[in-house]
Design a protein around this ligand. Sequence first.
Ligand SMILES: *[C@@H]1O[C@H](CO)[C@@H](O)[C@H](O)[C@H]1NC(C)=O
Ligand SMILES: *[C@@H]1O[C@H](CO)[C@@H](O)[C@H](O)[C@H]1NC(C)=O
Ligand SMILES: *[C@@H]1O[C@H](CO)[C@@H](O)[C@H](O)[C@H]1NC(C)=O
Length: 180
Amino acid sequence: MSSSSLMMSCLFLLLCLLCEGREILVGGKSNTWKVPESTEETLNSWSERTRFKIGDSLLWKYNAENDSVMQVSQKDYERCDRSEPIIGYKDGHTKVELNRSGPFYFISGEDGHCHRGEKLHVVVLSPNHNRSYAADAPPLTSPDTKDKGSSDHVLINQAQRSVATACFLALLHIPLAFLV
Ligand SMILES: *[C@@H]1O[C@H](CO)[C@@H](O)[C@H](O)[C@H]1NC(C)=O
Ligand SMILES: *[C@@H]1O[C@H](CO)[C@@H](O)[C@H](O)[C@H]1NC(C)=O
Ligand SMILES: *[C@@H]1O[C@H](CO)[C@@H](O)[C@H](O)[C@H]1NC(C)=O
């Protein structure tokens, strides 16, 4: 890898670690909030591939004349029940902040659309979710390490710090490489 591409990767990584609150277009591109054409191409297959963090926002762009967005409970999402939405939007440019961890459920507010698959289920990861814990945790046979108050959150921050430090060191070395 050349030093400039290394530098770009490092800057990109650092930006990713620093950036908070992305704005995520629903479906990853425009014109996705509609009755899906096939059962394979649903918004949920997109949302399963996407990592959502607290502070991110979802953005829907659609034609306000013939569509809308409703945030609903899990029960209403499953039944496509539009009678008691948590909140409804019909502005063609709907932005919802994912301000907590856990699941969020959205359906189209138009008659019949949800039943035909126009719905979205998003899960926001908890800041101290268990994935890194499972990878980094000591074996269960050493109970005394449990009392040191090391939380998953700390482990993640340590991982972020070491990536940032490695990148910073790499950046410092690039000018030296040019001198040699
Ligand atoms: C909504 O209207 C737009 C343009 O007016 C059209 O292209 C689109 O197919 C309509 N969508 C539905 C679900 O009727
Ligand atoms: C998230 O935002 C919604 C709508 O603005 C609000 O009702 C809710 O209390 C917020 N939740 C948290 C955990 O801040
Ligand atoms: C992580 O997993 C442990 C047990 O495996 C559980 O007790 C804890 O509640 C989990 N924490 C989170 C944030 O899910």
